[in-house]
Write a protein that binds this ligand. Structure first.
Ligand code: GLU
Length: 544
């Protein structure tokens, strides 16, 4: 390509590649340290699969004393959404998955390997693209969208692989004169690289998660620079991960088919490629069939869903680690009190056969375990932090009744195996504390076999007997006395032996009292509830 053509393709002054390389020196890191990244496209939300990817990359980097950074891939300017970078950063911060480098909430960059937003790196890509053109390995393509569309249709009709290759790569063979004439005429162009791949040959590479993979070489003249002067994902990935010294590219397995192209581009540039780790995409069971979690059908595709509903952060992380490494569960059992971030995630054990199945039942069971391990004060603080954003009424109630709320949350907590496991997420807390503050409505169905009159009599009797200083045995002894007085058996065995002699057993009496006091047939330990509620309130409910 003549200097004149090169000047027409790249009219603006550009830094030299040597100048650029000098700004990106080798990183000084310990042996074996992983440098990895999350490279979101700022489209307005963070898909749970991207979060999963970022968390995996972050763990591998930080476990090895390496670096985890964020790079914003906004080369598709049409899809760019304002504020989307903040959405990503906030989501990561919410889970304490913290990048060492990258864009910050205030719009500045942190780190010496930036800028970390691709649209600010236009000159860098252009400088490298210019080099490739100078070497005669890239060329401007003047085909219009309509021409390309027609070409694809012809290929499809003939049952051929679609793409710009072989005889379809029309602009590959334009003469310098033709190129010059087109450029002078102001014809729009994009830059393609001249692939030397042979589709009938195979390229074999080692994926850290998938093992040895063999794919056909790439023979398509892919686009390096688009009509707006910005690079395609492929070219930007190669340039950026080279300059930013990424050692490991962790990304979804939907990128596997692009690896031959990426390795080819690294070779074209004379650079060492990173190691690739392609993880399985998160899937869901839908009517017994697996499918990708999709933004369209699944609200949980958006990582914000979990914060909105008050899922404990650690539980979400534990769940994802559990999806990554089947050994997580055993580790957790053996180490119930160690922080989740201390789990030694092992690359070799990352599950990657079929897609990882996202399952709410399992997530919820992990949530209950995680919440059960917390102190009442922790549950209080985390619920309040959630409520301040999501449930103003609850936040006010909790702030004005701090001690009482902690006492409520402390019922049956941290008592080993018998600890309460009824809380899944902060959203559920309201239901567990509200009845302490508001007299609940009582469903007469739940008071059977007694009539309302009988219930009132029995409750009034019990109100007189109840003393807040009784210990649990004395308390239960009084309920037994009450049972006998009102025609119930004072133990289950006796009732079962002679059911026709009784209205029911002491368990029914306890249920009726529970319903009067809490409004529900199931609750944590009634004795403890009454203690926390206080005698005055208990009596009001019994007498009301
Ligand atoms: N921007 C790409 C995506 O969001 C990043 C893929 C990669 O990690 O290289 O899928």
């Amino acid at each position: 390509m003549t200097p004149e053509i090169i000047d027409l393709l790249f009219p603006n002054p550009l830094p030299t590649v040597e100048e650029i390389e000098a700004k990106y020196p080798a990183r000084q890191l310990p042996e074996g340290a992983v440098v990895s990244r999350l490279a979101p496209s700022p489209t307005g939300y963070l898909h749970i699969g991207n979060f999963y990817q970022g968390f995996l990359a972050e763990r591998l980097a930080h476990q090895t004393g390496g670096v985890f950074f964020i790079r914003v891939e906004d080369t598709d300017q049409k899809r760019r959404v304002d504020g989307a970078v903040q959405v990503v950063l906030r989501a990561l911060a919410h889970y304490n998955v913290l990048p060492d480098e990258g864009p910050q909430l205030d719009g500045t960059d942190k780190g010496a390997y930036g800028p970390y937003t691709q649209s600010f790196r236009k000159e860098i890509y252009q400088a490298y693209a210019k080099e490739v053109v100078k070497r005669g390995l890239a060329y401007p393509c003047f085909c219009s969208a309509e021409e390309l569309d027609l070409m694809r249709k012809v290929q499809e009709k003939q049952g051929l692989r679609t793409g710009y290759y072989g005889k379809y790569a029309k602009c590959r063979n334009l003469t310098d004169e033709e190129i010059l004439a087109n450029l002078r005429a102001g014809k729009p162009w994009i830059l393609r690289f001249k692939s030397d791949g042979d589709y009938d040959k195979r390229i074999v590479f080692e994926d850290l998660l998938k093992g040895k993979l063999s794919l056909p070489e790439n023979n398509i003249d892919h686009v390096l620079i688009k009509g707006d002067g910005l690079p395609t994902y492929h070219f930007a990935h190669v340039v950026d991960d080279h300059l930013m010294k990424t050692t490991h590219v962790v990304r979804g397995e939907d990128w596997v088919p692009s690896v031959p192209l990426h390795l080819q581009l690294f070779a074209l540039m004379g650079w060492q490629p990173p190691k690739y780790a392609h993880h399985a995409l998160l899937q869901k069971l839908d009517n017994g069939k697996r499918r990708k979690i999709s933004k369209r059908y699944d609200p949980e595709a958006n990582i914000e869903y979990f914060a909105e509903h008050g899922y404990p952060q650690d539980a979400v992380l534990e769940y994802l680690l559990n999806l990554m490494n089947a050994s997580f569960e055993d580790w957790r059992k053996a180490n119930p009190t160690i922080p989740v971030m201390d789990f030694p995630l092992n690359f070799n054990k990352i599950s990657n056969t079929a897609g990882a199945l996202f399952d709410f039942v399992k997530l919820h069971s992990i949530c209950r375990e995680v919440v059960a391990r917390m102190t009442a004060e922790e549950v209080y603080n985390k619920t309040l932090a959630w409520a301040e954003k999501a449930n103003e009424k609850l936040a006010t109630l909790m702030k004005t009744n701090r001690e009482k709320c902690i006492a409520i949350l402390n019922i049956e907590r941290n008592i080993g195996n018998k600890s309460r496991k009824d809380l899944t997420k902060w959203e559920d807390v309201e239901n567990e504390i509200s009845y302490f503050f508001e007299k609940p409505s009582v469903d007469a169905e739940n008071l059977k076999p007694l009539s309302l009159d009988e219930v009132h009599q029995m409750a009034a009797e019990y109100a007189k007997m109840y003393s807040a200083t009784d210990d649990k045995d004395t308390w239960f002894g009084k309920i037994k006395q009450l049972a006998v007085k009102f025609g119930f058996a004072d133990n289950m065995k006796e009732y079962k032996a002679n059911p026709s002699n009784y209205k029911g057993s002491v368990a029914d009496v306890a249920r009726i009292l529970r319903v009067l006091i809490t409004g529900r047939t199931q609750s944590p330990d009634l004795f403890a509830i009454m203690q926390v509620m206080g005698k005055g309130e208990v009596q009001k409910r019994l007498e009301g």
